[in-house]
Ligand binder design. Sequence first.
Ligand SMILES: C[S@@+](CC[C@H](N)C(=O)[O-])C[C@H]1O[C@@H](n2cnc3c(N)ncnc32)[C@H](O)[C@@H]1O
Length: 250
Amino acid sequence: MTVYFIGAGPGDPELITVKGQRLIRQCPVIIYAGSLVPAAVLEGHRAETVINSAELHLEQIIAAMRTAHQQGQDVARVHSGDPSLYGAIGEQIRHLQALGIDYQIIPGVTATAASAALLGCELTLPQVAQTVILTRYGDSSPMPPGEQLADLARHGSTLAIHLGVKHLSRIVDELLPHYGADCPVAVVHRATWPDQDWVRGSLGDIAERVAAKDFRRTALILVGHVLGNTPFADSALYRAGHAHLYRPGD
Ligand SMILES: C[S@@+](CC[C@H](N)C(=O)[O-])C[C@H]1O[C@@H](n2cnc3c(N)ncnc32)[C@H](O)[C@@H]1O
């Protein structure tokens, strides 16, 4: 018996892996994060037990996994996006390890990748930014030392800020000294859901633009010069004359 932590992707039910979908269809027990995982992701399941974990606390979730374990039933534990990012799977894994229950993680398409796809852009442009920092706004869970937005902003890299749209004005204030008012920003609301929407702007005007849209939850804030028209060089990878293992003749 195994608990499979499955990344459901950002919303569009076609953005789950083939493996994740197969496991959802096979497992007799499904526990899914109902607040962010659309019901359509569960389509085709034949599970006897389907539990929405949004209504449960940790001990109740573990109790459900333990019951499945006693009955020899595999569990599909479905999380939004990729389970390794803000999925609260670490605490579940700690319990499973203590109970001697096997688990596996099936990765998923994270909100950052889905948002970049929607905006039609690359987050790592040569000579503009080669680093993406995935972070969150520390509200209910404070940030560890050294991970305040100002600490991260010093790098000038592309930022993907989760769980922060309610605090956009404070985020802007913290980033302005490092990125400047003209730095491009995009706020993507419910990427890949039928009601997806997004706003592009700059640090100087994004708070006002987002207020007009009334995005409150499930939005990702992307910050960085890769989102604008900053000139950038071609990559070495496809440059004529750059020889490598697969193009040795150039
Ligand atoms: C608890 S975290 C889960 C992240 C998820 N594990 C992932 O890999 O995308 C939830 C936050 O991720 C971001 N998020 C998740 N899905 C999103 C989507 N479809 N569009 C935009 N942001 C999303 C939002 O910032 C949201 O508040």
